[in-house]
Structures are given as structure tokens and as C-alpha cells.
Ligand binder design. Structure first.
Ligand SMILES: [Zn+2]
Ligand SMILES: [Zn+2]
Length: 238
């Protein structure tokens, strides 16, 4: 099925059908992240970043389920914005989709850098972001242990970028998968990237597992998620 056919199919859903689809899709992404996290740890266990995993508490599980429900709500909002013409989805040539993925990643990385730094402000940190940082080491669901407002803030940022820039449908789907992939990597407790990546000028800009693990250990550094570009430019890279 071509991408434009896939999006035609999405457009044919009723609101109730799309709500169901969003819930199934978001819980599938959550499960994939947990399974992927376990797989990365087994495959690359020798490059361990933390000795012990953060124990998974009942509170962690509750927050992760709330985050997944809210992500589904964001997907419903996105679908409605698209149906009403506020978000435009294009179906260009493959190379243009590839460019769109990079645009989407770098724009989101900048937005998240700004909001993440704000979240560390002493007025905001204690009630909003401190819960995520109770994970000094990490576990398989750390990525989803967020304040509900952080989840909605991320969703709003994503929908804002999509309202500003018409993006390729392929790029949007690729971004959603890459976002979970990077988030899972950042909380995987091991570093799957080989040592020589950190020597390469281009590859070293990719947000590795140690990059976000570094933020959990030194919360005044490494505010970016997908790349080290904004931390490097703004002097917060460790
Ligand atoms: Zn984190
Ligand atoms: Zn933080």
C-alpha cells in the first residue's frame, strides 16, 4: 500500500475508530519500547552505563500508563487538526521525505531543548520534572515516567511544528518511530553505539545512550534528545 493510500485510509475513519486506533497504536509503541529496551540490554550488556537498574515502582507504572493514554489523546488531536486542514500532510518523492525527517527531528530537538531547560528552572523543576529525575539510574519504562503536563507539552510542541511546516506523511510516521527509538536508547542503561562513532564529526552529533544517561547523572548538562547540536552550540554539552 502506498503512503497516500494509507493516509486516505486514516481519513476514512470515524472519530470513534480513530480513538481506538490511537490507543492500540500508542500501547503498541509502548510495548515495543519495553521489548526493545530489554533487547538492547541483552545485545550490548558489556557497555554498561549504570550498574543497577532503577527499580520499577507502582507509581512508575501508573505514570507510564497515563503518559500512553495522553499520547493517544495527542494522536486524536493531531488527526482532528489534519481533518480540519490545520495540519497538512504531503506525499512527495522519497528524498524530500528524508529531508522532512531531518527537519522534523532538528526542529523538535530545539523545541525540546528549550522546554527541557525551562523544566530545570528552580520554580518549575520541583513540581514538574523532578519525578523523571527520581530515576538516577534508568529502567525499561523511564522514558514514560513523566508528569502528565510534560507529555502534553511534548505533544503540543509536535503538533505546533506540524501546523507550521507541511510535512511528508512518510516523514511523520518515521519521526514517531525514531522518537520512541531515541527515547528507548537514552534510557537503555547500555551504550550500543561503537566507540568510533564518538570520533566521527557527523555521527557524534546523534544523541547516543550515554548522552541522555549523562543528563540523568548530571542534570545541568545534555538537555537535547535526538542530537547533541543544541547542547554543543549553547554550551551545555558534557
Ligand atoms: Zn530521561
Ligand atoms: Zn531533565
Amino acid at each position: 500500500m502506498s503512503m497516500s493510500r494509507l493516509f486516505d485510509w486514516f481519513a476514512s475513519f470515524s472519530l470513534a475508530e480513530w480513538i481506538m486506533f490511537s490507543l492500540v497504536g500508542n500501547f503498541a509503541l509502548f510495548d515495543w519500547s519495553v521489548v526493545l529496551c530489554g533487547w538492547i540490554r541483552r545485545m550490548f550488556g558489556e557497555n554498561r552505563l549504570f550498574d543497577a537498574a532503577q527499580p520499577v515502582t507502582r507509581g512508575d507504572v501508573v505514570l507510564a500508563v497515563v503518559a500512553t493514554l495522553l499520547n493517544s489523546l495527542v494522536a486524536v488531536a493531531g488527526w482532528l487538526l489534519w481533518q480540519r486542514g490545520w495540519v497538512q500532510i504531503t506525499h512527495p518523492a522519497w528524498w524530500r521525505s528524508a529531508v522532512d525527517v531531518v527537519i522534523f527531528l532538528i526542529a523538535m530537538d530545539l523545541g525540546m531543548y528549550v522546554f527541557h531547560r525551562l523544566a530545570h528552572h528552580p520554580w518549575i523543576y520541583p513540581w514538574l520534572h523532578a519525578r523523571h529525575h527520581t530515576h538516577v539510574s534508568v529502567n525499561a519504562i523511564s522514558l514514560f515516567v513523566l508528569h502528565p503536563l510534560e507529555v502534553l507539552g511534548f505533544g503540543s510542541l509536535m503538533l505546533s511544528v506540524m501546523m507550521l511546516v507541511p510535512l511528508s506523511g512518510t516523514a511523520v510516521l518515521a519521526y514517531l518511530v525514531l522518537n520512541v527509538l531515541f527515547g528507548t536508547l537514552g534510557h537503555a542503561r547500555v551504550e550500543p553505539f561503537p566507540e568510533w562513532w564518538s570520533q566521527n564529526r557527523l555521527l557524534r552529533e546523534i544523541g547516543s545512550s550515554s548522552f541522555h544517561a549523562g543528563h540523568h547523572q548530571h542534570p545541568t548538562n545534555n538537555f537535547g534528545f535526538y542530537t547533541q547540536i543544541w547542547d554543543r552550540l549553547l554550551g551545555t554539552l558534557k
